[in-house]
Every structure is written in C-alpha cells, then in structure tokens.
Design a protein around this ligand. Structure first.
Ligand code: ADP
Ligand code: ASP
Ligand code: MG
Length: 418
C-alpha cells in the first residue's frame, strides 16, 4: 500500500489586506483629455488611485472642444435641430473619450470597462438638452467594481424615462460625477480641470486671482450661478443636497485644490468676500404689459431657466442663459407682450458668505464702479451676492477693479485652514 505523503504547507502570513480607501469618483474635463497623450496621463492617474487602494469610478468629458464642434455641425446642417437628435449627436463626444481612457487603462495592466450613461443606469426626465437625473441604478457599476475593474462612465448623458438618450446641459459631466458619487456612496468627488481649483476670480481674466482653499456650498452655488464655470451650477446644488464633498483640482499637478463643503466658522472669519465672478452668456429681457404669473408660467413651460428677476413699475426684467434664447423668444412671442432683448449686457457679481455680517459691501462696490465711470443698468442681490448688469465691454475692467477693492489678490484671500 502506498501512502501519499503530503508536503506540509509552510506557514505563511495571511496576505496583507489591501488598504481600503473606499470609492472615489474622479472626473476629468475636456482639456484634460484633449489628445492621446493626455488620455494616457488620465488613465495613469486613475490606475495610481486604484493601486493606492481606492475603488475608482472615472467620469470623462468629451475631448477638447468636441461638444462645441458637434453642436456647430448640427447647426451647419439644420438651423434648429430637433432636441432629440441633437442629444443623440452630442452625447457621442463623451462615449469616445471614455472608451479611449478604458483602452489606455488596459494597456497599463488594469481591467477597465467603459459605460454609456444609459449602461451606467443614469435615468433622467425627458427634457432634452437639460435633462435632470431622476434615478441611478448603479448595479452594473457595483458589479464591475467588485470585479476589480476601473469603471469609466461617459459624462453629460443618461437615458430618459421614455428610453431616449438625453444630455444634462453644458458642463453636465460635473453632474454625472456628483450624482454617481452620491449613488455609490463615494468618499469624495474629485473634479480634475485645467486650473488649480476655484479662484477668487476667473484666473484667465485676473492673473492675480488666488486659489481658495475651501468654499461653502452656498458660496459655490452663487459663484456657479453667476459665471464661475469651473463647476456646473446643478452639480453644486446636487452636491449640497446629498452631502457630496467636492475637491476641485488640477489634472496636471498633485497639489491640493479647493474643497467645496459645509460652511464653517473659519470660512466666515477669513474673508467677507470670496470671489468676483462674471458672465457674458446671459441675455436680459425687458417685458411690458405681461402679468408676472403668466409670463413666468410661459417661460417655465418652455423650459427656460430664468435667473434674475427685477420688477420696475410695469416693466419686468429677467435674465436667462443665451442657450435658452430661442425658447424664450418663442414663449414671449406667444404671450403677445412687448419685449426687448438686451444682449449688450454682461453681469459682474461679488460673492461672499461673510457679506451677511459685514455691512457696506454694496457701498464699496458702487463706489468702485462709479470711479470707473460705469453705471450699472440693473442690480440684483441675495444675502451673499450683489450682481451688477453692466455693458459687456466694461465687464473686464469691473471684475479687475472689484477684485482689487476687496483685496482678493492678497495671499490671505486663500484662507488656508485644512
Ligand atoms: P472642464 O473642461 O475641466 O470642465 P471648464 O472649462 O468647464 O473645465 O471650467 C474650468 C474653467 O473655468 C477654467 O479654465 C477657468 O477659466 C474658468 N473659471 C471661471 N471662473 C473661475 C473661478 N472663479 N475659478 C476657477 N476657474 C474659473
Ligand atoms: N462635454 C460637455 C460640454 O462641453 C459636458 C462637459 O464638458 O461637462 O458641455
Ligand atoms: Mg466644465
């Protein structure tokens, strides 16, 4: 009889459990994935995060200006493309970039899978071009993460409750990232972009602008609503409502960026004004002879995102994004009221949570504009914002001067307080 001799298994230490950093969502904007080299760098960054122990959900925007090019292409073919077809077309940009990033990740030896918004379970309402997310069925994402894959989701898109492809409005990949972060319970949502964070003014316009270390959701909402396009407005709203901590940072460095989170004491102490923002992408409408309820009802039905509203005697003034111009014109035409579009105006806003407890901000801002010989056409305020509608040609001068008035070029404006 033979006896099988078993070799004893040497006692080994159990494998060290992989450091678990939880799940992170990493979103990269258009400039960050603009060419093949950049795509490979983004892939490497996601792989590094995976290797450090995190489960990684990547969201990417269309490469460079691809969305603009697709929109222009549509308009070259048709003067007013049907919203459904436009969404079919422009959702393609993000599918391209996320497939490419997934390929580059595989080349680095990590498993990756790219998903369209629809495959990722992002369900929206039926408002083409500015759809709202109504549900995220993240089962497929969780399964892929459990299989140790990096999951790439095409930003800016979903599938509607009527089974159509929809897009989430310009800058909508931010929305995809924040919504996914909430849905998968991510530790943080990292928004990688072509600047180092959120600045006291658009750093492309004001070179002396300082990076802010932290801003509250409220401040970021006001900044996004008044033109700081570094984060899409809706994504900030969603982040606030679902407690998603955002970290806006540079794709090209490892430096810490800007945290967007709940307000804390130190934010208020450090600065009364956190930024000066501007936009020239809004149209202002002056309307006479319309009942406000009827007017705003008609605009809402047409899906126009009304921002500022001012009533001056019988005249109603409101602003809305330039991209809603056709819909606004149609709605106003149907009402039969007298109206005029003022497209020569831009908006400059001063934003800061500390404004609530520091009187005199308006006085200083008006004095600055008077010194420049700029007379604001309309002014609107919220508890933490004053917005001035000024001639478009004066926007740059106004931003620079207000930035100086409130001493935002000083390094202390950063309010470092980790
Ligand atoms: P991405 O393609 O990464 O989504 P965006 O172009 O949407 O990038 O947003 C980043 C841009 O936002 C920056 O290049 C910058 O010019 C602009 N911007 C405007 N205001 C601000 C601000 N206050 N802080 C930082 N960036 C700003
Ligand atoms: N590509 C889309 C846009 O240009 C979405 C995004 O970049 O966030 O608006
Ligand atoms: Mg963006």
């Amino acid at each position: 009889m033979t006896e099988t001799a078993y070799e004893t298994v040497p006692a080994v230490e159990p494998a060290a459990p992989e450091a678990r950093l939880g799940t992170i969502v990493m979103k990269f904007g258009g400039t960050s994935v603009a060419d093949p080299e950049k795509i490979r760098r983004v892939a490497a960054r996601m792989v590094a995060a995976r290797e450090a122990g995190a489960r990684v959900v990547g969201v990417v925007s269309a490469m460079g200006q691809h969305t603009d090019e697709l929109v222009a292409l549509a308009h070259a073919v048709s003067p007013r493309p049907k919203p459904r077809e436009l969404d079919m077309l422009i959702s393609v940009g993000e599918r391209i970039s996320c497939a490419l990033v997934a390929m580059a990740i595989s080349d680095l030896g990590r498993d990756a899978i790219s998903l369209t918004g629809s495959q990722a379970g992002i369900v929206t309402d039926t408002a083409h071009g500015k759809a709202k997310i109504v549900d995220i069925r993240a089962k497929r994402i969780h399964e892929a993460l459990d299989e140790d894959r990096i999951v790439l989701v095409a930003g800016f898109q979903g599938v509607s409750t009527a089974y159509e492809v929809t897009t989430l409005g310009r800058g909508g990949s931010d929305m995809t990232a924040v919504a996914l972060a909430a849905a998968v319970g991510a530790d943080a949502c990292e928004i990688y972009t072509d600047v180092d964070g959120v600045f006291t003014a658009d750093p492309r316009l004001v070179p002396r602008a300082q990076k802010l270390h932290a801003v509250s959701y409220e401040e970021m909402l006001e900044m996004a609503a008044s033109g700081a396009r570094v984060l899409q407005l809706r994504s900030v709203e969603f982040a606030r409502n679902h407690d998603v901590r955002l970290h806006v940072r540079s794709t090209f460095t490892d430096e810490d960026g800007t945290w967007v989170r709940e307000e804390d004491e130190r934010m208020l102490e450090k600065a009364m004004i956190s930024g000066v923002t501007h936009t020239v992408e809004e149209a202002v409408y002056e309307v006479r002879g319309a009942a406000p309820a009827e007017l705003f009802g008609a605009l809402a039905d047409a899906g126009v995102n009304v921002d500022t509203v001012i009533q001056i005697g019988p005249e109603l003034v409101f602003s809305a994004p330039l991209e809603d111009r056709h819909d606004a014109g149609d709605a106003l035409g149907r009402l039969g009221a007298a109206w005029e579009e003022r497209s020569e105006l831009g908006k400059v806003s001063v934003v800061g949570a500390g404004m609530r407890s520091h009187p005199g901000i308006a006085a200083r801002a008006f004095a600055t504009l008077t010194e420049l010989g700029i007379e604001p056409r309309f002014v609107s305020t919220s508890p933490i914002k004053i917005a001035f509608y000024v001639p478009r040609d004066d926007v740059e001068r106004a931003v620079t001067a207000l930035h100086e008035t409130f001493e935002l070029s000083r390094p202390e404006a950063e309010r470092q307080h980790a």
